[in-house]
Design a protein around this ligand. Sequence first.
Ligand code: ADP
Length: 509
Amino acid sequence: MSVGVVEVTELAKSEEALRRSEAGLRLALEAGEMGSFEWDIRTGELRWSENLETIHGLPAGSFGRTFDAFKGLIHPDDRERVLGAIGHSLETGSDYESEFRSAGSDGEEPRWMLGKGKVLVDEGGRPCRMIGVCMDITRRKRAEQATQEANRRKDEFIAMVSHELRNPLAAIMNQAALLDRITAGDDLSARACAAIRRQAQQLASIVDDLLDVSRLAAGKLTLERTTQDLAALVERCVQDFVGRRLLDEHRRELRLSPAYVSGDGPRLEQVVSNLLTNALKYTPRGGRITVTVDRQGGDAVLRVSDSGIGIAPELMPRIFDLFVQSDRGLDRRDGGLGLGLSIVRRLVEAHGGRIEARSAGPNQGSEFIVRLPGAVALPAPGQAPGAGAEAVPRKRILVIDDNEDAREALVGLLEHAGHEVHQAAEGVAGVESASQVCPDVAIVDIGLPGLDGFEVARQLKARISNLRLIALTGYGQFRDRTRGAEVGFDAYLVKPIEIDAILDTIASR
Ligand code: ADP
């Protein structure tokens, strides 16, 4: 065989190999629902692989083969972002990547694309070409959107259900409190009432946790910060547990030194009481619970440790995730939904702090350590804890609430506490009644038919001087409270609430 024939055969072989590899590449691109592109940056010419037009929903041969034609294909809402990403790659030489909608040509729903590219430079280091792929990610994007939508609906549903549960719970608690007072001296009734109130309180705290979860998920939590001594706050929480006889069956040790933080008092109490509740729940009777507060570096550090059932190493990395619980018996004696620690972590983080859990393993006890940035300022003066149950002077009170059961129960309780009470079932009647009786205190529901509670408050404030205005409502969102303060409410109580808290609020000026 002559040399020339050998060369021709070799050439034919390598052309055949090239064709095969190109065909293979085309098939692979098609299988991945992607096409390739090559952009000559200097001339603006943009070459597409055949299938890119189909991927973009364009008729074959219709693409203008220039960068400007491509710009026109990007959905107007995404254009600036995509061009920004391309510009950034050209400037920095980094890889280009961007997700965008392609407007297509057929007026159908826009398709989602993922573009990725590499920048090539000339001898002078200037970008001259970009080579890359573009793939159809419409299915993935729609699935993501459907998941987000389902998630949003779930959060809305949780928020709505929790909100709807508040009114009946408030009525149950108030009626039980009323029964308790009118049947005073009857041991059996007292025990039954106490059980109803305990159970309703438990339901109320589940509802609160659910509301917190949806608020935190939606990023709607706002902190009302003041300077707090963490040690005093912890002491108050522990005393509350002692008062409710929750710590009777455990040995406890407290070592609290002053440590100031800038925080939302009720939210920090929620953190402490969640950790204490868990320590109690997961530590058998007779076990030890230790709570310490001190300063370390610039931080205020709270430790809640116990000698209880401990935490298995495999649970540790997920312990602060939503709905995570250790395996438990079918009786679910420990109850709970696995919300508490997740809420605690988010609250701590919202304060700029960190939380960690430690345990040497099952039955070795657990320790939760919260670090919050320390504050240097001294606490605001006059932040005495709750007013207590001293004798209260008789007041003239007007209750405006459209929920008949809740209103009747509240009226009964207030009368039983020695107050003169008037009532109205809606806003206009409430304002009229107020003009006649001139109350010292008005307790106003927010979700009233006709005139809502905010408008009622505005009118009452304008007509009656020295009126103490209390909102009593299921709407506990921060923006509602802010609005409440704007229209002149002196206090904003969220249902369900214990009657003693209402009486304290009426008494304090
Ligand atoms: P819940 O207590 O309602 O299940 P949490 O989010 O408060 O939800 O706690 C999640 C899980 O972490 C608990 O179910 C329990 O398994 C574990 N855990 C929390 N605190 C402790 C503790 N002090 N000791 C042992 N396990 C704990």
